[in-house]
Ligand binder design. Structure first.
Ligand SMILES: Nc1nc2c(ncn2[C@@H]2O[C@H](COP(=O)(O)OP(=O)(O)OP(=O)(O)O)[C@@H](O)[C@H]2O)c(=O)[nH]1
Ligand SMILES: [Mg+2]
Length: 198
């Protein structure tokens, strides 16, 4: 009889340890990234998400990491990765291919920066599966229409992929472009996109 009791006690202890392990373990955090060339508005968007206010920014030299609550009231980690070409290796610090990425570009300066933006987008598409190109600063008079931005980017990405195909097989993430403006608070479609992918 004492044997049966010992076995029962042992099983109860294992069961309680199991319950404690699963209830005390930290919940898996959702995360999304703000990526893209310098001056595209990532940190402005980050401060808007984090503090509900756009603060004056300077070129970032290290990532900004924050916790925000989206409409579902779920806490989400947002990481703003500096866009300076010297810091492109930061892209690899967070690489989990399924992490949703908001890739920022400046629509008002796009014609002058096509190759820099396309190269950066190409590098991002090689690392992540789901990318929304946030065509920011669309309120400015000089902003290029989103359809034009999309077709130029598509042609550039095709060319880059074609060139690289000769050396190795390339698999690129899915991407789409949505315009918006951090300054005007026109960012809802970007946030909705992120929410459906977390
Ligand atoms: N007109 C306009 N300006 C914007 C908008 N969003 C951001 N800016 C401005 O663009 C400039 C650059 O913004 P940042 O957020 O610092 O750019 P960033 O992408 O973080 O740049 P790096 O840190 O160098 O990678 C700042 O002066 C912002 O105020 C926008 O929607 N419209
Ligand atoms: Mg910045």
């Amino acid at each position: 009889m004492p044997r049966v009791l010992d076995v029962l006690l042992l099983f109860s202890a294992i069961f309680i340890a199991f319950l404690l392990f699963y209830s005390l373990r930290p919940a898996k955090k959702s995360r999304f990234l703000l990526v893209g060339p310098s001056n595209s508005g990532k940190t402005a968007f980050f401060t808007q998400l984090q503090y509900n206010k756009i603060y004056p920014t300077q070129t970032s030299q290290k990532p900004n990491i924050g916790l925000i609550k989206l409409s579902s009231n779920r806490e989400v980690e947002v990481i703003d990765i500096p866009g300076h070409p010297k810091l492109i290796s930061e892209l690899d610090t967070y690489t989990v291919p399924t992490t949703p990425v908001l890739f920022f570009l400046d629509s008002s300066n796009f014609s002058k920066s096509i190759s820099v933006v396309s190269d950066y987008l190409y590098q991002t598409l090689k690392r992540y599966r789901s990318i929304l190109v946030a065509a920011n600063k669309s309120e400015l008079f000089t902003a290029l229409p989103v359809e034009k931005i999309e077709s130029i980017l598509q042609a550039e990405i095709n060319e880059l992929a074609e060139r690289e195909k000769e050396q190795e097989d390339v698999e690129l993430g899915e991407w789409t472009v949505i315009k918006g403006s951090v300054s005007n608070g026109d960012t809802k479609e970007w946030i909705d996109w992120v929410e459906t992918r977390l």
